[in-house]
Design a protein around this ligand. Structure first.
Ligand code: XLS
Ligand code: CA
Ligand code: CA
Length: 443
């Protein structure tokens, strides 16, 4: 392996909140034990190959601003290996335990399906070799079925069955590769699974195709004995105006419709929650209450732009409440925190990329530690429990468990001469309590 653009960086270390070093962790101390295990194992941070290695800085108004050596002209397979060498040196620099990739991020396309798959497997084997000498593991693999023009009308929902078949072959190979590299999850984000105009769209037909596709994926998972989770990533819009996997609740309805609610979970992204008109914590709490919480894509949008800007996160309040709901959901288990985030187009140096991940990891770590303290302290949970305490009474439990009919409830309500009085929601008291934990208390 020759020198890479990240080889000169020392490995980022935890130096504590008072350090002046911009390339040190202030809050992310991977060995710090919280709720019985080290932060490294709670947060399971991952670096996204697409944003960190493939980004060129283009936007709708301007060309590339970020140039890396593997983007120079040359033999595409050799260049993909230069990129992989740099990727593993970036992972080493950041000392983050996982990475994620799309097939198209790691390997060049060929002229045919067979050539494309051959290139892909050659680089998957190369990543496997790299993983022998680096500690970085694979959080998830996925397929890019949205960039090439053949996917312009969707992947599994395409009106052309040949595109469906191309996608089936692609996902089969990406699942094989994910298993080969010991991946913990396989993600499906419905890139162009949606529509731009209903005028040319048969929605019922497209739902059938998408349900069949996901069923095939689940069947194949069992066939090859893949132990990872299958995850759908909701997103409401962009690139299409109407994405079918709008949000977590919509995905749950889709899973129920095809009988897959015990087989598939969700990978939730902060920016996608914002685009759906929700908060990140809303999406996590929804997944948790349906029992389908899987993994997180960490980033933020820009509320002033309303695009999927995939910026690195910096909102401590939202991240703390998100981590609170993650802990309540039972933690990330096989999932993780994938930085699906990119530096801005003026941040074109390798150092900018390292710095961005350092800030993101610090924010998540601080948020997680505060959320753990909020839970250990118990005051917030006690306020919530008190609000619903009436439901512990035997008659309330009987109503909830289906032991009372509508007319039986009416009969008792009349006999008891019910006249419920308004009770305060205590919102400001709760906000003040949490504000103290988030902004004042030491972690
Ligand atoms: C795009 C998505 C994508 C998925 C993986 O908006 O976030 O990057 O995470 O295909
Ligand atoms: Ca994502
Ligand atoms: Ca996104």
């Amino acid at each position: 392996m020759s020198d890479t653009i990240f080889s000169g960086f020392s490995t980022v270390k935890y130096e504590g909140p008072t350090t002046e070093n911009p390339l040190a962790y202030r809050w992310y101390d991977p060995d710090k034990v919280v709720l019985g295990k080290p932060l490294r194992d709670h947060l399971r941070f991952a670096v996204a190959y697409w944003h960190s290695l493939a980004l060129t800085g283009t936007d709708p108004f301007g060309g590339p601003t970020i140039h890396r050596p593997w983007m120079d002209p040359g033999d595409p397979i050799a260049q993909a290996k230069v990129k992989a060498d740099a990727a593993f040196e970036l992972f080493r620099t950041l000392d983050l335990p996982f990475f994620c990739f799309h097939d198209a991020d790691i390997a060049p396309p060929g002229d045919t399906l067979a050539d494309t798959l051959r290139n892909f497997h050659a680089i998957v084997d190369y990543l496997g070799e790299k993983m022998q000498s680096y500690p970085t593991r694979l959080l998830w693999g996925t397929a890019n079925m949205f960039s090439h023009p053949r996917f312009m009308a969707g992947a599994s929902t395409n009106p052309d069955p040949d595109v469906f078949a191309w996608c089936a072959a692609t996902v089969k190979n990406c699942m094989d590769a994910t298993k080969q590299l010991g991946g913990s999850n396989y993600v499906l984000w419905g890139g162009r699974e949606g529509y731009e105009t209903l005028l040319n769209t048969n929605m019922k037909q497209e739902f059938e195709q998408m349900g069949r596709f996901l069923t095939l994926v689940v069947e194949y998972k069992h066939k090859i004995g893949f132990q990872g989770q299958i995850l759908i990533e909701p997103k409401p819009k962009e690139p299409t105006s109407h994405q079918y996997d709008f949000d977590c609740a919509t995905v749950y309805g889709f899973l129920k419709r095809f009988g897959l609610e015990n087989e598939v979970r969700v990978n939730l992204e902060a920016n996608h929650a914002t685009l759906a008109g929700h908060t990140f914590e809303h999406e996590i709490a929804t997944a948790s209450s349906f029992g389908i919480f899987g993994s997180l894509d960490i980033n933020r949008g820009d509320p002033l732009l309303g695009w999927d800007t995939d910026q690195f996160p910096n909102d401590l309040w939202s991240m703390t409440m998100s981590m609170y709901h993650v802990i309540k959901a039972g933690g990330l288990t096989q999932g993780g925190c994938n930085f699906d985030a990119k530096v801005r187009r003026q941040s074109f140096t390798p150092e900018d990329l390292v710095c961005a991940h350092v800030g993101g990891a610090d924010l998540c770590a601080r948020a997680f530690c505060t959320a753990a303290k909020i839970i250990e302290d118990g005051k917030y949970d006690a306020l919530l429990a008190k609000r619903y305490a009436g439901w512990q009474a035997p008659e309330a439990q009987a109503m909830l468990s289906g032991k009372r009919s509508l007319d039986a409830i009416e009969e008792k309500a009349l006999a008891d001469n019910l006249n419920p009085q308004p009770r305060s929601g205590r919102q400001e008291e709760i906000e003040n309590l949490l504000m103290r934990s988030i902004y004042t208390d030491r972690i």
